[in-house]
Design a protein around this ligand. Structure first.
Ligand SMILES: NC(=O)c1ccc[n+]([C@@H]2O[C@H](COP(=O)([O-])OP(=O)(O)OC[C@H]3O[C@@H](n4cnc5c(N)ncnc54)[C@H](OP(=O)(O)O)[C@@H]3O)[C@@H](O)[C@H]2O)c1
Length: 335
């Protein structure tokens, strides 16, 4: 449900491995798939093609559909509508696994369609749309989901499709671990720079470090221990981001293995005037802080700048963003 980057990647891999998959999406993507079929590539050089005549494409949930599993792959702002559409059409109890970022999508979906069995999942890697019908996985990792009987028998099938998935008794620490890294999306979007160039700017890294440090403090107060989603333990990430760039290049070499042109999808959302997922990321931190009677001023500032971006369309240098966040003057881009 939501045949975009993640939906086409997951659905396409499952279809290529022999699972009957129905992709529900928008005309822009579906027309491209009808014309070109689906081509999936990855950073290890893998290439999977699914010809157009083997794809089952729908612009709404097909009448009478009885799926044994639904993967919810819309952006967070589209969750409630998509959930309502699924709830109107599918039998009660149909399992729906949210493959979305953030932590609130399952609760939002549950409220919109209480008859379905909603489960949280997590996609650790980046998938980008390279062209019509062409999607590329640019980083690596193992899918994660909340452990549930409805998912266990799917594991071999996901594995055979090149989509290894781990089940967790409690997915929240994994989701928070991923969210910590995704806090950089807004910094990247506001900078207007490709991801790699942004990560090589010490002042911009300082902004992300402040967001992560503030979030770690809130999580600590909430008694939540975020899972390790990068080679570094979460508590070390702010210090590593603040290192002088020559040292950062060495310590974070893996983080910098990114295509020169790659941007966060939030940068694309801003450029195209689409709703961003900032409320599912910085907004999640602010909600948790508020629930504890705390403030999260750095995350609140960045959220406000992203929401305000369409009116000002201002690109921030690292120093300007640090100033906007009220951080001490940065160490300078020469670092
Ligand atoms: N891309 C990544 O690398 C990545 C990695 C990890 C996690 N994620 C998460 O995965 C989720 C999906 O991201 P994405 O990058 O795949 O987004 P995306 O490329 O925008 O794909 C979502 C697609 O679903 C469509 N859609 C929305 N509502 C729909 C509905 N009711 N019926 C049919 N189609 C609908 C959207 O159309 P409209 O544009 O018209 O709404 C869009 O084409 C997000 O929560 C994201 O944070 C993404």
């Amino acid at each position: 449900m939501g045949a975009g980057s993640i939906g086409c990647w997951l659905g396409g891999r499952l279809a290529a491995a022999g699972t009957a998959v129905q992709l529900v999406g928008r005309p822009r993507v579906l027309d491209a798939l009808r014309r070109n079929g689906l081509t999936l590539t990855d950073r290890e050089g893998g290439r999977t093609e699914v010809p157009a005549d083997r794809l089952q494409l729908f612009d709404e949930v097909p009448a009478g559909a009885r799926p044994s599993l639904v993967l919810l792959c819309v952006k967070s702002g589209a969750t409630a509508d998509a959930a309502r559409q699924l709830g109107d059409c599918l039998p009660a109890g149909t399992p729906v696994l949210s493959m979305q970022n953030g932590l609130s999508n399952v609760a939002t979906a549950q409220q919109a369609a209480p008859s379905l069995q909603w489960l949280p999942g997590m996609v650790p890697y980046n998938v980008a749309e390279l062209g019509p019908g062409r999607f590329h996985r640019g980083t690596e990792g193992v899918l994660a989901a909340q452990d549930h009987a409805a998912l266990r028998h799917w594991l071999p099938r996901f594995h055979a499709a090149g989509l290894p998935m781990a089940l967790h008794a409690d997915l929240a620490p994994v989701q928070w671990g991923k969210l910590l890294l995704n806090l950089n999306n807004a910094v990247n979007a506001l900078s207007g720079l490709p991801l790699r160039a942004q990560l090589l700017d010490r002042d911009l890294r300082g902004c992300t470090a402040a967001l992560i440090a503030e979030t770690l403090a809130v999580l600590g107060r909430a008694g939540i221990r975020p899972a390790k989603m990068s080679p570094l333990p979460p508590a070390w990430v702010p210090s590593v981001l603040r290192l002088p760039t020559p040292l950062f290049r060495i310590v974070a070499a893996r983080m910098l293995r990114i295509d020169d042109k790659a941007r966060s999808s939030m940068a694309d959302d801003l450029a195209l005037g689409r709703t961003t997922e900032v409320d599912a990321l910085q907004g999640e931190v602010i909600r948790l802080a508020t629930s504890l009677g705390l403030a999260a001023p750095q995350n609140a500032c960045i959220r406000a700048l992203v929401l305000d971006w369409p009116t000002r369309r201002e690109r921030f240098t690292g120093v300007a963003l640090q100033q906007a966040m009220g951080l001490a003057a940065g160490p300078g881009t020469s670092g």
